[in-house]
Design a protein around this ligand. Sequence first.
Ligand SMILES: O=C(O)[C@H](O)COP(=O)(O)O
Length: 207
Amino acid sequence: MSERLLVLVRHGQSEWNLKNLFTGWKDPDLTEQGITEAKEAGRKLKAQGLTFDVAFTSDLTRAQHTLKLMLAEIGQTGLPTTKDLALNERDYGDLSGLNKDDARKKWGEDQVLVWRRSYDVPPPGGESLKDTLARALPYYVQEILPGVLRGQRTLIAAHGNSLRALIMVLEKLTPEQILKRELATGVPVIYRLNADSTVATKVDLAA
Ligand SMILES: O=C(O)[C@H](O)COP(=O)(O)O
């Protein structure tokens, strides 16, 4: 019986994470720290003895770069990889490029938290987590999950909110529970699935 392995990794620190800017579909690369985090994520996966059959990433540089660095650490630079917009970060709309502390001063802590972490309230001109889920979940179900269930060991390098959307489904979290769920940069979360696509085990490789 194959193991139905699915590993999710948020990209390492980006230049705009460092500057504390809303990023969304903007396309900054990793910082030096982000490069270190991505390599460390690869080392952690290697230390777990994990290798992969296939990888998925978004259309954005920071996730693609993170995947490349992880695969180099694991020794799998040629791994078949699919890039798709469906795994992109939530579109932050009009907030993109604004400083997160400046936004809190302008609109208040509570409003900014709702935009950043709530399930169904979109930032102005952007996507809510629900909107993000509406394009990430069909992609997961149609393009990723069938392979996992066939035993293709699968690595996904993507973004805080596109992965929170998938985690909400995988872990059956409520809108209240997802509000509190944070995803650190460069931390692999390892799932093994049951044949019915529910989660059998989860290991979070934080720290
Ligand atoms: O797009 C962004 O600004 C970040 O990658 C994620 O932002 P968040 O922490 O506000 O969800």
